[in-house]
Design a binder for this molecule. Structure first.
Ligand SMILES: [Zn+2]
Length: 254
């Protein structure tokens, strides 16, 4: 089949406001079989669910992103509960920690920990964002041992092995195509085939040779290429392997 499963996109981002529907029509008519659209706030999750209702292959991760905690309230977590019960919502995400910007860490830790607890209660997989916060992220993952994926992985080989030890998956974006990709590719080498996910993080992180353009799920073959070489398989094979992995993790029938 060789249909792409993009396990991490943001099609509710304003960069898709104008032509997002036409683009998604084209992608689902073409190379893309499934997309997990990740949300960053309660309102964004509402928009993502509305979008997912239009496309049989589109699914939602509903959650509060670490960079959006200041515009969120604990009541949003209660409102999200009805969304997490929806069959189109297959994960709690995007959640985690981002210490790159000045977003207050105590608020980030509150929402991250609370959503890890809820994911455990609901037995749902999580989509984890960890940027320059490996230590605190690892402490909480170790404590709650969620099912799920650490997305756009940027850690060391050792951290990849620790995460795999918890039974989690690891997702790679277009970053593996960048000229300075030695570190993510080293980490990818430590990830067995059945734990690897392919993702875009679109509209961001466009792979080489599309750098500077708005990213979309159709570009994922570029990201698959260096990973396929490393695993000794063809690009279509790698796309299939990662689609099966994503379907297994998120409980989706392809
Ligand atoms: Zn994301």
């Amino acid at each position: 089949m060789h249909k792409i499963f993009d396990s991490h996109g943001h099609y509710t981002d304003e960069k898709f406001a104008e032509d997002g529907l036409a683009l998604l029509d084209r992608l689902f008519d073409g190379p893309v079989g499934a997309i997990l659209n990740c949300s960053v706030t309660y309102q964004d999750a509402c928009n993502a669910l509305k979008l997912a209702r239009r496309y049989p292959g589109m699914y939602v991760a509903a959650g509060i992103h670490p960079e959006n905690v200041e515009e969120s309230t604990p009541e949003d977590l209660e409102k999200l509960r009805t969304m997490w019960a929806d069959p189109k919502v297959v994960a709690v995400g995007e959640i985690g920690l981002d210490y790159h910007w000045d977003t207050p860490r105590d608020q980030q830790l509150f929402y991250f920990e609370r959503q890890l607890q809820i994911a455990g209660e609901l037995d749902m997989p999580v989509v984890i964002h960890d940027r320059e916060a490996h230590g605190d992220t690892w402490e909480l993952l170790k404590k709650y041992r969620p099912r799920g994926v650490v997305h756009c992985f940027s850690g060391s080989v050792q951290m990849a092995q620790d995460i795999l030890g918890l039974g989690m998956y690891i997702g790679f974006t277009g970053v593996v195509t960048f000229s300075n990709a030695r570190r993510p590719l080293e980490a990818a080498a430590a990830v067995p085939r059945d734990r690897l996910l392919l993702e875009t993080d679109c509209p961001y992180m466009a792979p080489v040779p599309c750098r500077g353009q708005r990213c979309d799920s159709g570009m994922i073959s570029y990201t698959a290429a260096p990973l396929a070489t490393q695993k000794g398989v063809s690009v279509p094979e790698l796309i299939d392997i990662c689609a099966e992995n994503a379907a297994r993790l998120f409980g989706i029938k392809l």
